[in-house]
Structures are given as C-alpha cells and as structure tokens.
Design a protein around this ligand. Structure first.
Ligand code: FAD
Length: 415
C-alpha cells in the first residue's frame, strides 16, 4: 500500500506519521519550495496532543511550547468574565500546548524525515491534477513558481491535505467557488515582552464585533524570563461580504487596526502596546466553506482544512486534522479495500467535523462573550448577575463534546 499525500501542513505530516506507525508507505508532496519556520502561534488541545503523544512527539512539543493552564475571557474593558482550567490543570491526561506554528511543523517534518526517509517530503511540488483507475491513482505536480511540470507519482490512495484552497477539493468539486467570508478581518502577530497574568493563560477579550486573542507560545523565551506572545486582533465589518485573492495572508498595516484598540489598556495587559510590538503583522480574511456531503471518491479523499475549513473559534482546526489522520489510518488498516476504507474514514469524520464547522460559524466556543454583550450593562461587576453559570458551563461542555475533547472521552483509553 502506498499513499500519496498532497500538502505538508499539520494534517498531511501527521497523516504520514500515523501511516508509518501502521506500516503503510507514504510520501508527502508540498507546494512550498522549502520547509521554513513561518507563521504565528497555535493551540494544540489535549485530544490532538493525545494522538501526537502516541506518535512519540510529546517530548519535542513540551520542550518548545508553553503548557497552557487556563483560558480566560474578558470584556473589552478588561473586566474578567469567565475562566476555565485547560489541559492537565483541567484533569486531562494530556496537556494543552501553545506553540509557534512553524516550530510545530518543523517538529513534525523532522519526525517524518527521520522515520520515513529524507525523500519522504518533496517540496516545490504543487499538485495540479490526478486521475484514478482500478489499480491506482496518478498525481501530477507542477513547480508553484513557474507552473512547469515537475513530475508525477502513482500510489494506491491520494489524500488531499492541501488546505482551505485545496486543489484536490477543487478537482472533486469544480463548481464550488472560493471560501465563504465571515466579514471578519484578522491581524496576527507575535510580540516578545514581559509575561501577562501567570504566563500560561490564553485570553480572549472583546465581543461579537471586536476582539483580541493572546497567548504565550515559547518555552525558550520563558526560560529567559520573557514571554513570546501570539496575538490575533479581529474586527467584524458587516458591510464587507467579499474578499479578494490579494487579501489572503498579506502583510498587514498596524494603522488599519491598532487605533480600534487604543482604549484597551488593562491593568494586566496593554493591548495597543502588544499589537504594536510585533515586527511583522499578517492580515487574513476569516473564511470557511460549507460542509460537504462526501469527501471520498474511490481512491481519493480529503483531510484537514481541505475537507472542513472552519473559523478559528475554539482552537480546533488543526486538532480536527490530527483526528482525521488517525481515523484515516485506522480505516486503511481495518478495511479490506481502499474504497471501503475511504468510505469508512468519511463515515467516522464527516459528520462530527461538519458540526464543528457550523458551531464555529456561531462562535459557539466563545458564546459567553455574546451573552455578556446582550445581557450585561457595560459597568456590570459580576456577569453572573445576568447570565446563569449553568448556561455557560452547558455551552462549553456541548462544544467540547462535539469537537471531541470532552474530558472523559479524551481520558478514556479505549476511545
Ligand atoms: C487565525 C487562526 C488561528 C488558528 N488557531 C488554531 C488553534 O489555536 N488550534 C488549532 O487546532 N487550529 C487553529 N487554526 C486552524 C489551523 O491552522 C488549521 O485548521 C490547520 O492548519 C489545518 O491544517 P492542514 O494541514 O489541513 O492545512 P494547512 O495548514 O493549510 O496545510 C496545507 C498545506 O498544503 C500545502 N498545499 C496547498 N496546496 C497544495 C497543492 N496543490 N499541492 C501540494 N501542497 C499544497 C500548503 O502549502 C500547506 O503546507 C487556526 C487558524 C487560523 C486562521
């Protein structure tokens, strides 16, 4: 059995490691010309860390990442709303890690190269098209810069782990069109400064219209007594319904968003200073796609953001890609034929991930911010005078269950 994986992101690399663990050959084709430590931060929730831990990756993650202890919500005036323990502090057997995305990708890529061989990741190979027959699938690749053909490969399965702009998905669904825009623009950056709160807490402050997310991501900075803080500033503009290709992952301009946060000077964090402190700012339109009815077509399937791109609410997209990788590998091992296995993988993962996509559209994981906005006067001292504690607990619990990180399910060794 030989699996071709298009895309060397978190989903594609984790899939290669899972397959190797199951004794299945895999090769990763990545369109970027080299593996570089780009990007900002990401949170890995315990259900994803559990899978990465089973692959032997946890020590490398622990030495690079911050083990997150808590998630805390604040109003846009910096008043506390709600705080919940996270990772091991919440009773999970696995931690929640906040880590630089580039560092995470390096850790995964090194493990792939060590275990599957140096040529198991082929950079500069952008999947252009593919065709399948009874005996296999042939994928053709081009150089992303020149568009010139750089070769083809043949395997038993092709996995499209090529992200929200997936070419594999585009071939399977040629009429789908571009991702769906939320009206929210995100600016992302990383600032090194002194730690805020306990140096291990992720915060989300704001409301439905404007918010900031921040968390520390570097063990190395913490060891120096500093904090490398990943932040995302988000502003909703209901009048903006479309995004342009040139808006995707471009360099952002601080003047476009820092003024909107100018009064957000809390006694525990100076938000405008944090936002100004990043050397580089990236700007993205927040997008997703409608859930599909089908991912698997014979020998070809979709995984990660290619299958279920979602709004980054609930810190869950990459975790879902990791869960896909495990389910895909299990299906290949347990089913007699490739098409059966790909159908079984789809049956296991399509419905739950579709539910997360739709929940994230409502920002269900951060629903508390909306409740406070709707019900509490701006000067309220205790939000629980206006919002029932049980309601908040219930909403958080429901999100955890659907997204697959319910405490008892994650800790259950048989799940
Ligand atoms: C602001 C923001 C914050 C987020 N925070 C979190 C978080 O805290 N926790 C979390 O779990 N998730 C988070 N996510 C979501 C997470 O980033 C994604 O869900 C995750 O990266 C998906 O991984 P993937 O491998 O499926 O896709 P990607 O990471 O997009 O990787 C796809 C790869 O395929 C390559 N590629 C593209 N086209 C081709 C082609 N034709 N041929 C070959 N290669 C190709 C790309 O270069 C890329 O390397 C966040 C997302 C955003 C936008």
């Amino acid at each position: 059995m030989r699996v071709l994986i298009a895309g060397g992101g978190i989903g594609g690399l984790t899939t290669a490691l899972c397959l190797r663990d199951a004794g299945i050959e895999a090769v990763v084709y990545e369109s970027a010309s080299a593996l570089r430590e780009l990007g900002v931060g990401i949170n890995l929730l315990p259900h994803a860390v559990r899978e990465l831990s089973a692959l032997g990756i946890e020590p490398a993650l622990a030495s690079a990442a911050i083990e997150t202890q808590a998630l805390a919500y604040y109003t846009r005036h910096g008043r506390p709303i709600w705080q919940e323990p996270r990772g091991r502090a919440a009773g999970y057997r696995w931690p929640q890690f906040s880590i630089h995305r580039g560092r995470l990708l390096t850790i995964l890529a090194r493990a792939v190269q060590e275990r599957l061989g140096a040529s198991s990741i082929r950079t500069g190979h952008c999947l252009a098209d593919f065709e399948q027959d009874d005996d296999g699938v042939t994928a053709r690749f081009v150089d992303p810069a020149s568009g010139q053909a750089v070769g083809s490969d043949r395997g038993d399965v092709l996995v499209g782990a090529d992200g929200i702009h997936s070419r594999v998905r585009g071939v399977l669904y040629p009429a789908e069109g571009p991702p769906r825009f939320s009206g929210i623009t995100m600016w992302r950056g990383i600032t090194e400064q002194e730690a805020f709160l306990d140096g291990r807490t992720m915060i989300i402050a704001g409301n439905w219209h404007i918010r900031v997310v921040a968390y520390p991501i570097s063990q190395e900075a913490a060891a120096r007594g500093r904090s490398l803080i990943n932040w995302v500033a988000e502003i909703r503009d209901e009048s903006r319904t479309e995004w342009q290709w040139e808006d995707w992952d471009r360099l952002g301009n601080k003047g476009d968003f820092v003024p909107a946060f100018r009064t957000w000077r809390f006694d525990w964090l100076d938000v405008p200073r944090l936002l100004r402190g990043s050397d580089t700012v990236f700007e993205f339109p927040m997008c997703d796609r409608d859930p599909l009815e089908r991912w698997s077509f014979g020998r070809v399937t979709l995984l990660g953001d290619a299958a279920h791109p979602m709004y980054p609410s609930g810190s869950n997209g990459a975790a879902q890609a990791v869960l896909d990788a495990r389910a895909f590998t299990r299906a290949l091992r347990s089913q007699p034929g490739v098409a059966d296995a790909l159908r079984a993988y789809q049956a296991a993962r399509l419905a739950p991930t579709s539910e997360v996509v739709l929940l994230n559209r409502e920002f269900a994981a951060e629903r508390i911010l909306r409740l406070v906005d709707e019900r509490c006067p701006p000067d309220c001292d205790d939000v629980f005078d206006y919002v029932a504690r049980d309601e908040v607990e219930g909403l958080a619990q429901r999100y955890r269950r659907i997204a697959g990180f319910d405490l008892s399910a994650v800790n259950d060794p048989s799940s």
